[in-house]
Design a protein around this ligand. Sequence first.
Ligand code: VG1
Ligand code: CO
Length: 543
Amino acid sequence: MKTIAITTTPFADQKPGTSGLRKKTKVFMQENYLENFVQSTFDAIGGVKDKVLVLGGDGRYFNKQAIQTIVKMALASGASKLIIGQNGLLSTPAASNIIRTYNADGGIILSASHNPGGIENDFGIKFNGKNGGPASETITGAIFERTKIITEYLTSDIQDIDLDTIGTQQISAMQIEIINPVEDYCLLMQKLFDFNAIKALFENGFTIRFDAMHAVTGPYAKRILEDVLGAKEGSVINAVPSEDFGQGHPDPNPVWAKPLFDLMMSDKAPDFGAASDGDGDRNMILGRGIYVAPSDSLAVLAANAHLVPHYKNGISGVARSMPTSRAADRVAHKLGVSLYETPTGWKFFGNLLDDGRITICGEESAGTGSSHVREKDGLWAVLLWLNILAMRKQSVAEILNEHWLSFGRDYYSRYDFEAVPKEKAALFVERLKSKLGDLGGMPIGNTFIENATDFSYKDPVDGSESLSQGCVINFNNGARAVTRLSGTGTEGATIRLYLEQYADNLSDVKRDVQQVLTPIAEAFYQLTDFSSITGRTAPDVIT
Ligand code: VG1
Ligand code: CO
C-alpha cells in the first residue's frame, strides 16, 4: 500500500450534480483527479474498510482505466469485496440491482450518461448507496467538502486485474468477483413481466427496432429481446458498446436518435421503436407513426401497470420531477393514489420508493422507473410497454389516443440553450427570481399569470429541504413555463425551458405540439428579457 499526497485539489470548483460528477474526459485523466473524487467518496461514507462495493460503467473511453484505479484504491482502503461487471460494463439500472441483490454497501458507476464519450468528450462518476440509488444531497455535499481539503489518498502497487474472465480472484485480503453484467438483470425482468405474453406477441409477427446507440444497453437488449423473448434477429441495432458510442451522442430523443425516429415515421416502420442512452437508464418510446413524449409515457405506464404481473395489485403512488408534465397527476388522481412532485434528479425518488409511498416515477428527460431498482431504467420501460401492448392488443397510437381522450392531453416540449456563458446564465436566473413575486396576476394575451414561484422541496420521509430547484410560472389557462439550469453539462451553462399546455377539449388533443406551445415560449422570453440577458434567440435543442 502507498500513500500519495495530493498537491492540488483540481476539481474543488464543482459539487457533484444531479447524478455525480461530470467533466471532460481529459479533466478526469489529470493526475490525481479521479483519485481525489474516489478517496473523498470513501472518506465521506466513513471509509470502505470491510465493505462490499459494486463497480462498473457504460464502457466509454477511460472506463477500464478508471476501474483499475478504483480497484487499487479500494484494496488500499481495506474493502473486503468488489463485484465488477465483466469488461467493466454495468448499465446504471443493472448496477442498482446488483447492489441490492448482493447486499453490497454501495457502488461506483462510471458514466456521463447521454453525454458523448471519447478522449475529447465527457466522462463521469457517481456513488450509489446501499439501497442502490444515487447518493443523497447530504453525501454528495460531504464528498464535495472533502475534495476541497483532501491532502492524500491511498493506493496499492498491484498489477492491473483481469476484467474479462468471469469468476473470483483474491488479492491480499480483498475478493474480486467478475460477474456477467446481464444475467441478474434478466432474471429481475423475468420476475416483473409476463415474458410468455411478450413472446406470444413476437410469435404473432409483432416487429420492433431497438437502437442501443452503441452504448451499454446493447448486450442487455440483445439478450432479453432477441434471445429470450424471440424478437427477430437484428431487431436490436448498434448493440456493441463502443468507447465513443460510434462517434454519436447516446441520447435517446428525436434529435439524437433521428434515424430511428425517421424510420418510425416512415411507411417501413415496425410496430414499436425504442432507444436508450449511454448508461441504459433513459428510454425513448415510439409507435408506428407516433412519438410518445416521456411525460406521457410515465402517465400511460402508471395508468396501465396493473395489467402486468408485478404491479397487478395496483400502484401505491406516483412521483414525477417538477418540470415533468402534469399528465401523471391526472392518472394518480383517477387511481386515488398520491402524487409527489420532486426536484430534478433520480435521487429524490429514493426515499419515496424505500418508504413504499410510490411504485412508479419518472422525469421528462426520458427517465421512467419503479420500485424494482433505485435508478431509472430504460429497458424496463420498454418491457413494460411491450407487456401492456401484449395485454391490450392495441397499437401504441391507439393506446396514446385513448389515454388523451380520457385524461386530456398535456402538450409538452423542452428547449435547451447550451453553452451559455456561466455569468449570463446566473444573471438570468437571479433577475427572474427577483421578480417572481410581481408576476402574479399579470395579464398575458387572453390569459394571466396565476402565480410564479421558486420551487423548493421538503422530503416527506426525512424532512430534508432542497431550495431553488427551478422557477415556475403558472398561467390560468392550464399553461406552465418552468426554467432551471442543468446540473449535468460540461461546457458553460445549459438553460432549460420546459413548456406545457393542458387541453381537455377532445377536438383539441391532436394539434401540433410546437404550435400550441409557441405563445407560452414567447410570453416567457418577454417576461424574462431572455434574449437581451443571455444573448440567445433560439434553443439549440428542442425535444
Ligand atoms: C438531466 C435531466 C434529469 C436527469 C439527469 C441525469 O439533468 O434533466 O432529469 O435526472 O440529467 O440523467 P440536468 O440537470 O442536466 O437537467 V442521466 O440519464 O444522466 O443519469
Ligand atoms: Co443516463
